[in-house]
Design a protein around this ligand. Structure first.
Ligand code: FE2
Length: 217
């Protein structure tokens, strides 16, 4: 017998990822990925130790984004309401972690969401929920734009007009001219998205109280 202990190969540590979608599914209009249920999203909040106040905030963002998605679906747009809801529920999943350890909470949260759900459109909503860097193509990028809009309508856990939320951000974080300009540019984009969605859905989103009544009766 060999005097040295045999080397036992270690199992790879990579998480098991879902296979890429089939070509036929990828070219169809139906999304080939299935959105996680609300219960599964709450289980992911637990797994990533999301604090209570971020859960309360995320639930309100999901309330707004889901109603916007339902209104778009009622208008005949190809929108997956469950994907929008799940993306909104998970949009801040890495926020507490990044406050403590650094990093970009959208990017890290998007990577976590992609690993946990295998759903690239859902993950795209998490990655870009602060600012959308591409063209504002609403049918093509509905999920991330609805999540971004929902986030801009919620200050802490209250549904408020966009102007109110940005006033609060300027008061709390607008310490330098550069930061103020960044906040103002995000505010301008949020207003552009609100106006475009209002036109598309034929509803005045700015005037709507998502908390007490639904957008689609
Ligand atoms: Fe948020």
């Amino acid at each position: 017998m060999h005097p040295m202990r045999p080397v036992i190969p270690m199992a790879p540590m990579w998480p098991k990822l879902p296979p890429p979608p089939l070509a036929s599914a990828a070219t169809s209009r139906r999304p080939p990925w299935r959105a996680p249920s609300e219960a599964r999203c709450v289980a992911l909040w637990d797994r990533y130790e999301m604090p209570e106040h971020i859960r309360a905030h995320s639930a309100k963002v999901a309330l707004v984004a889901t109603q916007v998605a339902e209104a778009a679906l009622a208008k005949g747009m190809a929108v997956c309401v469950d994907t929008v809801r799940a993306s909104a529920l998970l949009h801040d999943i890495a926020k507490a972690y990044c406050i403590q350890h650094g990093g970009h909470h959208g990017q890290l949260g998007g990577a976590w969401a992609m690993t946990a759900t295998g759903h690239p459109v859902l993950a795209q909503g998490v990655i870009h929920h602060m600012y959308w860097p591409f063209e504002l193509d609403y049918p093509r990028f509905f999920t991330p734009l609805a999540v971004l809009y929902g986030d801009k309508r919620v200050a802490h856990d209250q549904i408020v007009p966009i102007e109110h939320r940005f006033g609060d951000l300027l008061d709390r974080y607008g310490k330098t001219q550069e930061i103020r300009e960044r906040i103002e540019s995000t505010n301008r984009q949020a207003k552009t998205i609100e106006d475009a969605l209002s036109k598309l859905l034929e509803k005045d989103l700015n005037a709507h109280d998502f908390d007490r009544r639904r957008l689609v009766e």
